[in-house]
Design a binder for this molecule. Structure first.
Ligand SMILES: Cc1ncc(COP(=O)(O)O)c(C=O)c1O
Length: 404
């Protein structure tokens, strides 16, 4: 088909020339980006068999793409899961997992109190208005989780390994036992910890989710999500994906897969930098509270040490500015010269965010206060720059607001 003779019209050649080279006898070292939406087979029966699910293959990008498969295979491998399914965003992944696990009218879900704001809204607004019985619970309080399991017989428990933004650490193995005892599945959002620190499936979780936009990609240039689970569960989620079309694009898959290759290098550096930043912040005037699982004063410190096997405590630090409100936090952000006040995390750059006006805006002020997100709380995603430069920048910005 690529063998176009010169006697074809210029218009025809413009469309087909150079395409569909004969099958190569070489293998590219790096998986190519396959932007093709459609796929050709010599025999139409093959296409039919793939549509019927009788054999593997590609027919249409909403049904799968070789570049996306390569990314899914890589994440499943690092998470020690059977298989993975990629999505256009972390939220699309959480939504598909919830639907595929049977969250529909009448079913109930138990959700950690301080999950990421959009996850909170997904359960509390979208799914609850569709008749799902949603209950929020402090997942660090295993007694409360056990009681809620007995009271509501949930279909799933949803938590984050390290929560956003309060950095609570989930006892994944204990939560898996409680979930299974009441017939529920444990779904863990492992975005903050990444498989470098923790592999929840090996601790009994049933489904692991990532906003791949964050540490998996690591460079702030691609949005994506991924679910890692058993082949059986993947099949149900795949049916949801084929219908809803929240697919990861091949270009994004390629970028995320490139980022993934340096995940352990980046995570080791994020963890080392974050510990020093947390300790440095604790010594600075103007900071009243520092939250970091690597510090001995963190309530989940021992659990985190056990769970993360001494590899570190993650790259996220939260801290509270003294007597600060939105006004003071905004002045602090404007005074920063290196750290970027951008609404994301997990990048090579150091980023700061004000949860009350961004990630947790979906919560009412009362709901934020109840879970501990105060008006002066800042979330920092510590990057891989020289830690001295990060600390110097924070110090000069604090001095600016303190002495302004
Ligand atoms: C812990 C966590 N889970 C899920 C998400 C949602 O991911 P995405 O923005 O890729 O949809 C985020 C986004 O910040 C997050 O922090």
């Amino acid at each position: 088909m690529s063998d176009l003779s010169k006697d074809r019209d210029f218009y025809t050649r413009a469309v087909h020339a150079g395409e569909r080279a004969p099958r190569p006898d070489f293998t590219p070292v790096v998986t190519p980006i396959y932007p093709s939406v459609g796929y050709l087979y010599d025999d139409m029966d093959d296409l039919d068999a793939i549509f019927a699910g009788a054999r593997e293959g590609y027919v249409y990008t909403r049904y799968g793409s070789p570049t996306v498969t390569a990314f899914e295979t890589a994440v499943a491998d690092l998470e020690e899961g059977e298989t993975a399914l990629a999505f256009a965003s972390g939220m699309a992944a959480i939504h598909a997992a919830a639907i595929a696990l049977g969250l529909r009218a009448g079913a109930s879900a138990l959700v950690a109190q301080d999950v990421y704001g959009a996850s909170y809204a997904l359960f509390n607004r979208l799914l609850a208005t569709q008749g799902v019985d949603v209950h929020f619970v402090d997942m660090a309080d295993l007694g409360a989780v056990e009681e809620a399991c007995a009271a509501y017989s949930p279909r799933l428990l949803f938590c984050e390994t390290i929560s956003n933004p309060l950095l609570k650490v989930a006892d994944v193995a204990a939560l898996a036992r409680l979930a299974h005892d009441c017939g529920a599945a444990l779904v863990v959002d492992n975005t903050f910890a990444t498989p470098y620190l923790c592999r929840p499936l090996s601790l009994g979780a049933d489904v692991v989710i990532h906003s791949a936009t964050k540490y998996i990609g690591g460079h702030g240039d691609a949005l994506g999500g991924v679910v890692v689970t058993s082949s059986e569960r993947r099949h149900t989620m795949y049916e949801v994906l084929k219908i809803t079309g929240a697919n990861l694009g091949p270009h994004e898959a390629w970028l995320l897969m490139r980022g993934l290759k340096t995940l352990p290098l980046r995570m080791a550096r994020h963890c080392a930098n974050a510990l020093q930043v947390a300790d440095g912040l604790a010594r600075m005037g103007g900071v009243v509270r520092v939250i970091y699982p690597g510090r001995h004063d963190h309530p989940g410190h021992r659990l985190a040490t056990r769970l993360f096997g001494g590899r570190g405590y993650g790259g996220m630090v939260a801290f509270e500015l003294r007597d600060a409100d939105q006004e003071e936090v905004f002045r602090f952000f404007e005074a920063l010269q290196l750290c970027l006040p951008a609404t994301t995390l997990g990048d090579v750059y150091t980023l700061v965010l004000y949860p009350a006006h961004s990630s947790h805006r979906a919560l009412s002020e009362a709901a934020r206060a109840e879970i501990g997100i105060g008006r002066g709380l800042v979330r920092m995603s510590v990057g891989i720059e020289a830690v001295e430069d990060i600390l110097a920048d924070v110090k000069q910005a604090l001095d600016t607001i303190l002495y302004a």
